[in-house]
Ligand binder design. Sequence first.
Ligand SMILES: Cc1cc2nc3c(=O)[nH]c(=O)nc-3n(C[C@H](O)[C@H](O)[C@H](O)COP(=O)(O)OP(=O)(O)OC[C@H]3O[C@@H](n4cnc5c(N)ncnc54)[C@H](O)[C@@H]3O)c2cc1C
Length: 814
Amino acid sequence: MVTALLLLITWGGLAYRQSRLVTASLLTAAILALGTLLGEVGPLVWLLFAVVAAVLNLPALRHGLLSRPLFKVYKGLMPEMSRTEKEAIEAGTTWWEAELFRGKPNWQTLHNYPRPRLSEEEQAFMDGPVETVCRMTNDWEVTHERADLSPEVWAYLKEHKFFAMIIKKEYGGLEFSAYAQSRVLQKLCSTSAVLASTVGVPNSLGPGELLQHYGTKEQKDHYLPRLARGEEIPCFALTSPEAGSDAGAIPDYGVVCLSEWQGKEVLGMRITWNKRYITLAPVATVLGLAFKLRDPERLLGGEEELGITCALIPTSTPGVNIGRRHFPLNVPFQNGPTQGKDVFVPIDTIIGGQEMAGQGWRMLVECLSVGRGITLPSNGTAGSRVSALASGAYSRIRRQFKLPIGRMEGIEEPLARLGGNAYLSDAASMLTVTGIDLGEKPSVISAIVKYHLTDRSQRSIIDAMDIHGGKGICMGPNNYLARGYQGAPIAITVEGANILTRSMIIYGQGAIRCHPYVLAEMLSVQEPDAKKALAQFDRALFGHLGFALGNFARSAWFGLTGARLSPAPVKDATARYYRQMNRLSANLGLLSDLAMATLGGELKRKERLSARLGDILSQLYLVSATLKRFNDEGRPAEVLPLVHWACQDGLYRAQVALVELLDNFPARGLGRVLKLLLMPFGAPLKRPSDRLDHQVARLLQTPGLARNSLAGDLYLTAEEGNPLGMLEQALTDILRAEPVFDKATRAVGRRPFTMLDQLAEEALAAGAISQEEAALLTAAEASRLRTINVDDFDPLELVVNKASFDDSMLNKAA
Ligand SMILES: Cc1cc2nc3c(=O)[nH]c(=O)nc-3n(C[C@H](O)[C@H](O)[C@H](O)COP(=O)(O)OP(=O)(O)OC[C@H]3O[C@@H](n4cnc5c(N)ncnc54)[C@H](O)[C@@H]3O)c2cc1C
């Protein structure tokens, strides 16, 4: 009995620590020796131990008896991986999310990543050109009157190299860090989504990025300086009417042939395409085009079907059709279709030249992760932050039932969501760009932040609209929400539509890329050298078994103890979040292995299961980013309610995904047993309490460090044409006038919350307040009225076809 108990505890401990096989064998032998002394272990047990230990520890025996037969079975089960799948899986790198996937995150690693900072040059750009272009842009004029940025803004953007943030200095670009790009885009987005999209797209996946990675010297020398100076406007066209999410299925094609070009016969391609939704296409001077290339006459000397290829085509080329526009949800950035039929271009228009023919898909997936981690997550973060700040200020200023609406519990609930989402989104943006600036191309993380930050932004803007009521709905130059509300689905759709990103990409790539052994197992099948393949498979398989046993032991132990004894890098009130993440991380590792073992390749089609596994990974990433930000910023107590809210909400969402996953586990019985193992005392985590909601709601309505932490680097200058800045000013005016208001109301004997200018006059006449104090009250009243009032229009102003309006008026009069 003693020996059995000792063995059980030791094996549990060894599995928990994921110890090596040889260590486990030696400790087992030591316990068996003790058992022999106690008279509990006989020769039969020793014989059994000797056989098992020899098979497991001696490579020759293990290979022959275990790994070889298992490798045969595995090879039979594994479906052939296509080139496209292989390229997609191998694209990019893994980073912090891999640590979260592996069941034992090292928190010190997270805390040691550098805090992102702007260089002097980047800060100067933020304070100079970015501030200026925000001031120059009037979003109402852009979205309602012009359906475009003004010519002055276009010229300013080109002149100051806004389109060249990713282009290297040697080509005349700005070569900014990913962090700087993110801050620039957030500031632009707080002024105008059209401005942010126009600048964001050329700095994301497009000709600039592709040329720098794959362009020939001639292409780089020709295009990059011109793009940097704004002499070329690029766009990139992949999407076709028949191929949206399934972009690999584009029907657009090119055929290699010889034809006349500028008076000479040259090798080239005749390309036919029909693309839509292409940002900047209507005004582009150079068109990045993806199409499938064929070489029926084998003029390039290779295969007939070469596959997806990317070329750069001047839009002045005869046959290139651009200019028409789509109208994306009243956020009219330049976006439209392009077509061409049998357009001939020389072969050296292929990005990277002739040898990159057919390499287009690899180029796209390799480059996608960087832009996807910056542009849309930045826009989403800005949307969440603007929604939070505006709703906080408005809730403090707007009164109903003699109270600021922000004091009402019903309003506190969405306000708390807004505050928590904004803090977390900014934190996740910062951590992601930190990874990119460290040289990572984090394909899984970029999918996580693309999905979650745009999703949270859309939900935030809905909350903000609900809080603002009619003020949010009535459009006009003073509305700072409605265009964001209208345009939210754009960010949801582009660069991997969100449902697809959640259901297929996050976990689909994450499971294979972040798992320490699965990819190695899969790649062993492709290894042509049989000996090497077996050794590779053996290493991966036994590592995998140790990993799975480790996550099993850790999950069981954390379930029993509530993870209270697990390590955390801090001792304060946030320590419990690290511990809960230790637990959820082990659960994720375990469930991942079980889902893959029970479903195999079928897991790819079980999208709802893989979406929930991806949700657990995503929430772990978002919560860890929140804690990292809090740590980087010196752990200020004032922002703790925001941190608590974001962590509790994120962990609760991870738990919901876990419970739903177990409730819907394909092997029902196994799901029930696992639930008992992982949560023996029921689901332990709760959503943020009403009390915490109240604290966060108060922070949003009160100027101070916590509120400032949501406002940093947004464009909040109080001036005509910037209603968000004017709202912030109104909050300051009202709070500054509060002590004067108290004095004045005591003097006049009543507490009116309207007509503060009249109150000022009465109190001044009664000698209760000074002239300066009266001015404060009067300014507060002007700000209050500006905040609660909405725009109205002459009926004619709203009619596009003014002639028809006049006619109908005449008819009515008649
Ligand atoms: C304003 C705007 C700008 C754009 N800019 C560009 C550009 O510059 N260049 C360019 O090439 N493209 C651009 N796009 C295209 C964009 O990337 C595509 O719209 C996007 O890939 C989705 O394609 P789709 O709209 O045809 O949706 P569909 O592919 O038809 O998808 C419809 C729905 O099905 C879901 N879905 C699809 N497959 C799956 C799956 N396997 N599992 C679960 N759900 C799934 C999607 O999530 C979506 O909700 C732009 C689009 C818009 C709207």
